[in-house]
Design a protein around this ligand. Structure first.
Ligand code: 6GU
Length: 231
């Protein structure tokens, strides 16, 4: 997978991708991530990316020009499957959406800034808009990092234990059951007996029941939804 991220503040994202699991995924060749400074494509002599809104009003708007130039150049290099605009107006990110994006080859992610982008970007250049939740961030970079992380960790070989992404919360539409590790008794705080029993079938049954119960208590809205994993 190749991910191109277009940003007005690329430094915000550099360190994110140079650490931990995401770094390992890149050094193993499982994903290439390029964070691009949109200013490279600015035609303005001051390398500005934004301008005043036609019709007046508060805030600045990101210009269609550098964004179009950037996307055109990247599209000439590789077959791009999705051009995603990170925006609070977008489709809410879910595990299902992360799963479906993880099956794509090449993604472009555009980070919004200022008041937003010229509407023509959305009409002509973007294939989907994604939001990470019902709250407003000051830029799309954090949201792009969230989306990239959710997608990249699903790529085969990224997580050490192949089964661990499958047992994530949400992957089966349920929250994950509780986990414990040694010591079995810490100052009287004990581990459920069944986990020490060595009886694998009973352990799996207990985990399934805990996942159901936890989901019912904390996120009842997740129960009975069949669209969660496929999107
Ligand atoms: Cl993708 N961008 C911004 N600026 N705010 C957000 C968001 C995205 N998702 C939730 N809030």
């Amino acid at each position: 997978m190749h991910i191109d991220i277009l940003s007005a503040v690329p430094r915000l994202l550099d360190s994110w991708f140079e650490e931990s699991i995401l770094k390992r995924a890149q050094s193993k060749g499982l994903v290439e991530i390029e964070v691009h400074d949109l200013r490279i494509w600015s035609t303005d002599k001051h390398k500005r990316l934004d301008d005043y809104p036609f019709g007046g009003g508060a805030g600045m708007v990101m210009s269609v020009v550098p964004i179009h130039r950037a996307i055109t150049e990247l599209r000439a290099k590789r077959t791009v499957d999705e051009v995603i605009y990170m925006s609070p107006d977008g489709e809410l990110l879910s595990q299902g959406l992360a799963n479906s994006l993880s099956l794509k080859g090449n993604l472009i992610i555009l980070c919004g800034h200022y008041k937003g982008v010229d509407e023509r970007v959305r009409e002509h250049l973007i294939t989907r808009e994604v939001s990470i939740g019902d709250y407003v961030l000051s830029g799309g970079e954090l949201a792009a990092a969230v989306l990239s992380d959710a997608v990249i960790r699903l790529l085969p070989g990224v997580l050490g234990d192949e089964t661990s992404a499958l047992s994530d919360s949400f992957q089966d539409g349920l929250l994950a059951p509780p986990d414990y590790t040694r010591p079995a008794d810490y100052q009287g705080w004990t581990v459920p007996e069944v986990l020490l029993s060595g009886h694998q079938a009973r352990i799996e049954a207990w985990r399934a029941e805990q996942a159901q119960e936890r989901t019912r208590q904390r996120r009842p809205g997740l129960l009975g939804r069949s669209d969660e994993t496929g999107a």
